[in-house]
Design a protein around this ligand. Structure first.
Ligand SMILES: *Cc1c(COP(=O)(O)O)cnc(C)c1O
Length: 422
C-alpha cells in the first residue's frame, strides 16, 4: 500500500514503521486510529506525556490562553505566562526540595538543554573533556551525540565526535567488578592520560540505552567523587524526570544535588515543546545571548506546565498515588519476567521493562502487543528490553489490562522463538 508517508516522508522515520496505522484521537492512556481501533498507550510519547494525552486539566487553560489573544511566541521576552511558570516552579518544585537553581530556557527540546549544559560546564571550568556513560542517550545534535553511547546514532554525525570519553555505568560488569574503580583511579593518577573533565553527564535510569537504573549509593559515590575533584555533575533528567521514577526529579531518592540538571519531555505536561536547564547560581556565567533559540519562549507550553505543576505537585497526593501504581507495575513485570527463563526486570518507577536472554524476544513482544492493542517500544543497543512506560495517571484498570496484554504477548513471543530454535 503506497501512501504519502512512504512516498514523501524521509526514510528516517521509525515509529510509523512499528505502528503502521494513522492515529487520529488520543485521551489519557489511549489512542485511536483512523479505523476506530483503540490502543492502550504505554509509550507516552517517549516520556513527553507523563500526564496522558489531552489531559483536560491542561487543555482548558491552554484553550483559554489561545482564545484570549495572549502572546504565543516571545523568544525570551517577559510575559505573564512565563512569570507564572517561574513563580510556580520555584514555589512547588525548587523550594520544597531546598534546591537552589537558576532556570534557563535553552530552546524547546531535550537535546537543546543538553547542549546548553555541556557549553556551560566547559565555560565555567575552562576544561573541554566531558565524561559520559556506556549506553547513555543524551540527544541527536553534535554535542549531545558526543556523549551518547549508541553506535548507530553516533555514526549519523558523519564527523568525529570528540572531547568526551565513556566510562562504565552502574552494573556494567554485572556486579562482579566495581564499576567505579576505573574513574577513581584515573582521576587520582596524573599518569592516567585522561584529561581532567569539565563534567560528568549521567541519566539515573537509561531510558533509551536499555533501562539500566543506577543505585542510589552509586549516584551518591559519583556525586561525592566529582565534588572532591571539582568536576561538575550534570543529571540528564529529560526522560526520567517530571515524576517518571516516582519523585519530581529522579535524583531525589539518592539525596544528591547535581550542579546542572536537564529537563524537557514532560515539563510542559501536554506534549508541547519546552525545556529547562537548571544550575547553581554561581555557575550562571553566561553573557546575555551567548546561548539562545527562537522557540525558547513557547508560552502555550508555559501555560500547560504551570497547570500541570499546580494540579499534580502542589501536595503529596499525586506522589502517593504514583507509588501505588509503580508497585503494581513492578509486581506485574516481576511476574512476567519470572515466567521466562533468564528474563529480568529493568528500570525504576514507571520507566521500566523486561529484558530477555534471547535478544530477539523484546521486539517480538512489542509487535505482538501492538497486534493486540497495546503500544510499547523497545530499549537498548540490541532492542533487547521491552519498555513499559504508561502515563503516571494511568488507571488501575488500564494498568491491569496492559499487563495482561503484555503477559500474553510474552507467552506468544517466547513460544514462537522456541519453535524457531527447535
Ligand atoms: C529524549 C532524550 C533526550 C533528547 O530529547 P529531544 O527532545 O529528543 O532532543 C535527551 N536525553 C534523554 C535522557 C532523553 O531521553
Amino acid at each position: 500500500m503506497s501512501n504519502i508517508f512512504e512516498t514523501l516522508e524521509s526514510e528516517v522515520r521509525t515509529y510509523s514503521r512499528s505502528w503502521p496505522v494513522v492515529f487520529t484521537h488520543a485521551s489519557g492512556a489511549t489512542q485511536t486510529d483512523e479505523n476506530g481501533r483503540e490502543y492502550l498507550d504505554f509509550f507516552s510519547g517517549a516520556g513527553a506525556l507523563n500526564y496522558g494525552h489531552n489531559n483536560p486539566v491542561l487543555t482548558a487553560p491552554l484553550l483559554e490562553y489561545l482564545a484570549s489573544g495572549a502572546v504565543v511566541h516571545s523568544l525570551d521576552m517577559m510575559t505573564p505566562a512565563k512569570r507564572e511558570f517561574l513563580e510556580t516552579f520555584q514555589e512547588l518544585i525548587l523550594k520544597p526540595r531546598h534546591l537552589d537553581y537558576k532556570v534557563m530556557f535553552p530552546g524547546p527540546t531535550g537535546t537543546n538543554t543538553v547542549e546548553a549544559a555541556l557549553k556551560l560546564a566547559r565555560k565555567v571550568t575552562g576544561r573541554q573533556h566531558i565524561l559520559s556513560f556506556t549506553n547513555a542517550f543524551h540527544g541527536m545534535t553534535l554535542g549531545a551525540l558526543s556523549v551518547t553511547g549508541n553506535s548507530l546514532k553516533r555514526k549519523g554525525a558523519g564527523i568525529p565526535l570528540t572531547n568526551s570519553s565513556k566510562i562504565p555505568y552502574d552494573d556494567y560488569f554485572d556486579g562482579t567488578t566495581a564499576d567505579f574503580m576505573w574513574l577513581e583511579r584515573i582521576l587520582d593518577d596524573s599518569g592516567s592520560g585522561v584529561d581532567k573533565p569539565a563534567a560528568v553527564i549521567v541519566e539515573t535510569v537509561q531510558g533509551e540505552g536499555g533501562l539500566r537504573a543506577a543505585r542510589t549509593e552509586w549516584l551518591r559515590s559519583l556525586s561525592a567523587l566529582l565534588k572532591r575533584h571539582e568536576i561538575l555533575l550534570i543529571v540528564d533528567d529529560v526522560q526520567a524526570g517530571c515524576g517518571r521514577t516516582g519523585t519530581f526529579f529522579s535524583f531525589e531518592e539518592a539525596g544528591i544535588e547535581p550542579d546542572i540538571v536537564c529537563v524537557s519531555k514532560s515539563i510542559s505536561g501536554y506534549g508541547l515543546p519546552m525545556a529547562l536547564t537548571l544550575f547553581h547560581p554561581e555557575l550562571d556565567v553566561w553573557e546575555p545571548g551567548e546561548h539562545n533559540g527562537t522557540f525558547r519562549g513557547n508560552n502555550p507550553a508555559f501555560v500547560t506546565a504551570t497547570a500541570a505543576l499546580r494540579a499534580y505537585w502542589a501536595d503529596d497526593k499525586f506522589e502517593k498515588q504514583l507509588a501505588g501504581t509503580i508497585a503494581t507495575l513492578h509486581t506485574g513485570l516481576e511476574k512476567i519476567a519470572g515466567s521466562v527463563e533468564g528474563a529480568g526486570v529493568r528500570g525504576r518507577g514507571l520507566l521500566a521493562g523486561v529484558i530477555f536472554k534471547d535478544l530477539e524476544i523484546a521486539s517480538k513482544v512489542a509487535a505482538e502487543a501492538f497486534a493486540n492493542g497495546l503500544l510499547v517500544e523497545t530499549s537498548g543497543p540490541e532492542d533487547e528490553v521491552v519498555k513499559i512506560m504508561p502515563p503516571l495517571n494511568v488507571t488501575d484498570e488500564q494498568l491491569a489490562r496492559g499487563l495482561e496484554i503484555l503477559a500474553a504477548a510474552v507467552r506468544t513471543a517466547v513460544e514462537s522463538s522456541t519453535l524457531a530454535h527447535a
